[in-house]
Design a binder for this molecule. Structure first.
Ligand code: HEC
Length: 141
């Protein structure tokens, strides 16, 4: 009995931990204690191994060739949206736009055909979400 209860507690702790990692409920707070770094954020956004934002979006200020047109240009999102709104969209854009093609960068919920190697992992780490938010906030034109 004691062992059962212990197992149950471990399970609950693991679930609470996973829920916090995979889909943080309070996106009005930064996900990390250390502030986001815009330069690192841009590098993360360009990373082809992490579903580069530039596959789908364009940013006029960047020299990158072949920027995407599937999503709206990101020019001016730093003025149009608050940090919380940008964070929410990166963590899981489906929360505001359920049928979006934009990948959920910090959620493991409701995904299809995830390779075994990536199962249970998020595209970004918490710090990377904050870095990308910091970069987007510099796009004020
Ligand atoms: C597979 C394509 C795709 C990728 C990759 C993608 N997005 Fe998007 N994104 C979209 C689409 C399409 C929209 C338009 C609204 C919707 O579908 O929700 C959008 C909307 C947005 C918006 C709101 C823009 C507005 O003007 O309303 C922001 C901000 C954004 N994306 C940021 C990002 C960032 C940052 C990344 C990389 C971390 C990224 N997106 C990766 C497709 C994508």
């Amino acid at each position: 009995m004691l062992q059962r209860r212990h197992q149950f507690q471990v399970l609950v702790t693991a679930l609470v931990f996973a829920a916090n990692c995979a889909w943080p409920n309070d996106l009005s707070q930064p996900l990390t204690d250390s502030p986001g770094d815009p330069d690192r954020g841009l590098a993360t956004m360009r990373d082809p191994a992490k579903a580069s934002c530039l596959i789908c979006h364009s940013i006029t200020a960047l020299p990158d060739r072949d920027q995407g047109r599937l999503g709206p240009p990101l020019d001016g999102v730093g003025t149009a949206y608050t940090a919380d709104q940008l964070r929410q969209r990166i963590v899981d854009a489906r929360q505001s736009s359920p049928k979006t093609i934009m990948p959920p960068y910090f959620s493991t919920e409701g995904l299809y055909r995830v390779g075994a190697k990536w199962s249970g992992t998020t595209i970004y780490q918490a710090q990377e979400v904050e870095d990308v938010v910091a970069f987007l906030l510099t796009l004020t034109d």
